[in-house]
Design a protein around this ligand. Structure first.
Ligand code: SAM
Length: 224
């Protein structure tokens, strides 16, 4: 356990603690925005690129890889939390392994796929920057990168619209959750620069709207 409150390492500590309630929340459809909007939005975005092979980074308990395998896609999921990877392996539908973004960035994971996807899993600062910088080396020629993340405008709250660490919260989640992870807020412009500086060209930006709030439920970047 690290004592630094705002750090990539603290994020990993938090996910280690919350692997079990997270698995239940996803599998029992406890997160309304996911079942109403964002699950279908990310699957549709992936299918729009017609990949045969996908690497799901920060795959959690593996729902996205399982879902893509129903569309005939060979999906590989990686996550830093062994308990989540165990859950993913048990449920099947893809190939799963324990690996961190740092491992991917260091070139320790030998895969080559048509598409790399990150669904609400790019939470930190340096770990995110390093894995995006390395992502093109994980792709076959002409491959794509898809990121679904919190919409910067909708998730900004009362704080200023500038990049920086934010305190996490499990508001709206079950009481089983503890020790929320901090997260690194990025503006829309900052996400675009990060992708461009890492050699990606954004082909499309999607802003799926939550039908009940009328606000964006997320932003999806489709890049190559
Ligand atoms: C909000 S969950 C999303 C999980 C999954 N993508 C989904 O859609 O259900 C964030 C995930 O990112 C993973 N993660 C966070 N930091 C990571 C890192 N440095 N390396 C690998 N995985 C990481 C966590 O373990 C967690 O499973």
């Amino acid at each position: 356990m690290t004592s630094e409150p705002f750090s990539d390492a603290r994020i990993v500590d938090s996910w280690r603690k919350n692997a079990s309630p997270w698995t239940a929340a996803v599998r029992e459809n406890q997160i309304a925005s996911r079942t109403l909007v964002t699950n279908k939005a990310v699957v549709d975005a992936v299918l729009s690129r017609s990949p045969r092979t996908v690497l799901d980074i920060g795959c959690g308990e593996g729902w996205l890889a399982r879902s893509l395998s129903n569309h005939g896609i060979h999906a590989i999921g990686v996550d830093v939390v062994p308990a989540l990877v165990e859950q993913a392996k048990k449920a099947g539908g893809g190939e799963f392994m324990v690996a961190s973004y740092e491992d991917l960035a260091a070139g320790n994971v030998d895969v080559s796929v048509d598409l790399v996807v990150a669904n609400f899993s790019l939470i930190g600062k340096e770990s995110v920057e390093s894995v995006i910088r390395r992502a093109s080396s994980l792709l076959n020629p002409g491959g794509s990168l898809i990121i679904q993340t919190l919409h910067p405008v909708a998730s900004c709250g009362d704080e200023s619209y500038t990049d920086g660490w934010r305190t996490g919260s499990w508001a709206g989640f079950s009481e089983e959750f503890s020790d929320p992870a901090p997260w690194y807020f990025r503006t829309m412009e900052s996400w675009e620069h990060l992708l461009a500086d890492s050699g990606f060209r954004i082909l499309e930006t999607r802003e799926p709207v939550h039908p009940e709030t009328g606000k964006p439920a997320s932003v999806i970047f489709i890049a190559e």
